[in-house]
Design a protein around this ligand. Sequence first.
Ligand code: MN
Length: 268
Amino acid sequence: MMTRRQAIKGTAVATAVYAMANSARTALAQPPPPPGEAPGRPGFRPREGRPPPPGSGLIVIEPLKLPPLPYPADALEPHIDARTMELHHDKHHAGYVTALTKALGDYPELSKKRMYELLWDLDKVPEKIRMQVRNFGGGHHNHSMFWLMMRKGGGGEPRGELRKAIERSFGSFDGFRGQLTETATKIFGSGWAWLVWDDKGLAVESTPNQDSPLSQGKLPLLGIDVWEHAYYLKHQNRRPDYVAAWFNVINWDYVAERYAERQGYSGR
Ligand code: MN
C-alpha cells in the first residue's frame, strides 16, 4: 500500500513542475529584464501539455540559472539594507549556482531536471555529487524562493485560508510568530527556519546549512535565512533584531499562494 508520503511524491513528480508564484518566474524562461525593471507576471506555463497544478502561478527553478532579484536591491530598506541584498544575491546566491553548475558538469541529464525534483529525490542523485547538489542546489533553491518571500511594503499578517491554518496549528498569528522567531534565533551556526506544510499540516522547523525541507518531503511555504551573510552588515551579531526586522518585509500574498499550491503536491 502506498504511504501518504509516496502518494504526495507521486503526485508531485507527475505534475513535474515546481509551482511558485511571482514575477521572477519570467526571468527563468526568458532573458533577464533590464536593470531596475521588474519582470512581468506571465502566469502558468503548462509543461508537456499537462494542465498546471492548482494555484495561481509557477516559477520553475532550473539548476543552472540565477534568477534576478524581483525588486531593486534597496526595496526592503530600512529593514534589510541594499548592500546586504546586493552581496547576498550577486555573490552568495550566484556562488551557489556557479558551484552547482560545476558539480553537474558531467551530468547533463540532471541539469535538465527542475531544482525541486533534484532536492525532493536527493537519494537518487549520484552519490559522487549528492553533497554538492544538497549544499549548492539547496542554496540555489532556498534563495530563489527567499527573494520572493519578501517584498517592498510587506509584513503585516496573512489572511484567508493561510491565516486560518496558522491559527489552527499555532493558536494565533502571534503564536506562530513567536515560534518562528524562537526557532530562527536558536539555530546554532548557519541554517534556515521554515514554515512548512506536509500531509499533517503546518509546522515550524529548521534545517542546517542549505538543506531543503523538500528533501524531507515537506513543502516550504516561508523561510528565513539566518546565515550571518543575511544580516551581519546591518545587525552584526544581533540575529534577533534581524528576525524582527524581517517580519516587516514578508510577502504574505506569495506565502498564501504557495499554501494554495500544496494541493498540487497532495492531490487532495
Ligand atoms: Mn543566504
